[in-house]
Design a protein around this ligand. Structure first.
Ligand SMILES: NC(=O)c1ccc[n+]([C@@H]2O[C@H](COP(=O)([O-])OP(=O)(O)OC[C@H]3O[C@@H](n4cnc5c(N)ncnc54)[C@H](OP(=O)(O)O)[C@@H]3O)[C@@H](O)[C@H]2O)c1
Length: 274
C-alpha cells in the first residue's frame, strides 16, 4: 500500500530485485507503471471493502496511512487483520512515547500504531524520520530562482527514502522483526538550509532558504491549493515540533550499508531540480 509513493515505489523495486512475489495496491492501476513482475490491484484505503480481494493470499502488508486524520483507520486495520498474516506500518520518529504529541502528524501516526497493536495481528512498526524526498516540493521554486521560501521546521536527521525502503524490505521478509518498533534516521541532524545547500552543491549554483512567517505560509499554501487539514498540520509542525537529535544505526544494522547523507540524496536527485 502506498506503492506508488516516494517510499513505496522503492519498496516494490527492492522486493522485485530480491525475487519476492509482490502485489501493489493502487487507486489507478493503469497509471501505476510498475515492472512486469509486479501484480497490480485496484484498491482504495478510503474504501476498506475494496481491500479484501487485494489482500487475498497476502503474507506481509506494507501499510502507509496517507490521510490527515484517522477516520476509517480502524476499519482498514480490521480488514488487514482478517485477510493478511502480518503488517509493517510506516510510522514517524516524531511520536513522543512519554507524553502528549507535539502536533497532529505524530498524533495521527501514534493513533494508527495503537490500532494496529490492539488488533492482535502480528506487526512491525518502522518509524521514519523526515523523508528526504519531501524536498522535491521545492523543485518549482529552485527551477524558477535561487530562493526557497517555506516553513521553518526544527532540524532532524533527514533520511533517504531509499534507506527507509531498504529497511522496510528487511522487515517485510524477515519475520524475526515482528512485534518490534524500529527508528530509522539519516546519519546527521540537518535543518532546512542544510538541505537547500546540499541541493545547491549538487546543482553547482547558489541557493538559500528563507523562512516564511506562518500566516504568509498559510496564504501561500492555500493559494497553491493544498488541503486545509494538511496546511494546518504543517503549520502546527512548524510551530510546535521540537528539534530532534535522534540519530540511529538502524539502516546499517538491518541493511549492511550506512544511512546516506542528504548530500548523496541531492546528488542523486539533481535532475529533479533542473
Ligand atoms: N514525509 C515525511 O517526512 C514522513 C516522515 C515519517 C513518516 N511518513 C509517513 O510515510 C508515508 C509515505 O510517505 P511517502 O513520501 O512515500 O508518501 P507519498 O509519496 O505522498 O505517497 C503516498 C502514497 O499513498 C497512496 N495513497 C494516497 N491516498 C490513497 C488512498 N485513498 N488509498 C490508497 N492509497 C493511497 C498514494 O497512491 P496513489 O496516489 O498513487 O493512489 C501513494 O502511493 C506518509 O503517508 C507518512 O505517514 C512521512
Amino acid at each position: 500500500m502506498g506503492a506508488t509513493g516516494n517510499v513505496g515505489r522503492q519498496v516494490v523495486a527492492r522486493l522485485v530485485a530480491e525475487g519476492v512475489p509482490t502485489r501493489a495496491l493502487a487507486r489507478d492501476p493503469d497509471a501505476a507503471a510498475f515492472p512486469a513482475e509486479v501484480e497490480v490491484v485496484r484498491g482504495d484505503l478510503a474504501e476498506p471493502e475494496s481491500l479484501t480481494a487485494a489482500l487475498d493470499g497476502v503474507e506481509s502488508v506494507f501499510l502507509v496511512w496517507p490521510f490527515h486524520d484517522t477516520a476509517g483507520a480502524a476499519e482498514v486495520v480490521k480488514v488487514l487483520g482478517a485477510h493478511a498474516q502480518r503488517v509493517v506500518y510506516l510510522s514517524s520518529t516524531a511520536i513522543n512515547d512519554k507524553g502528549p504529541q507535539s502536533d497532529p502528524i505524530p498524533e495521527r501516526h501514534a493513533e494508527v500504531e495503537a490500532l494496529i497493536e490492539a488488533s492482535g495481528m502480528p506487526w512491525t512498526v518502522l518509524r521514519a524520520d523526515t523523508i528526504a524526498s519531501n524536498a522535491l516540493g521545492w523543485a518549482g521554486q529552485i527551477r524558477a530562482g535561487d530562493v526557497v521560501r517555506g516553513i521553518e521546521v526544527a532540524p532532524t536527521a533527514v533520511v533517504h527514502e531509499g534507506d527507509i525502503a531498504a529497511v522496510a524490505v528487511r522487515l517485510l521478509t524477515d519475520h524475526s522483526h515482528t512485534w518490534r518498533k524500529y527508528l530509522v534516521t539519516g546519519p546527521r541532524v540537518v535543518g532546512r538550509d542544510d538541505q537547500v545547500q546540499a541541493i545547491a552543491a549538487a546543482l553547482g549554483r547558489p541557493l538559500r532558504f528563507e523562512a516564511l512567517p506562518l500566516d504568509v505560509a498559510r496564504e501561500s499554501m492555500t493559494g497553491a491549493g493544498l488541503p486545509a487539514a494538511l496546511i494546518e498540520s504543517l503549520l502546527s509542525m512548524a510551530e510546535f515540533r521540537p528539534r530532534s537529535d535522534l540519530v540511529t544505526t538502524t539502516v546499517a544494522d538491518l541493511t549492511g550499508h550506512p544511512a546516506r547523507d542528504i548530500r548523496d540524496w541531492a546528488a542523486e536527485h539533481a535532475a529533479d531540480f533542473r
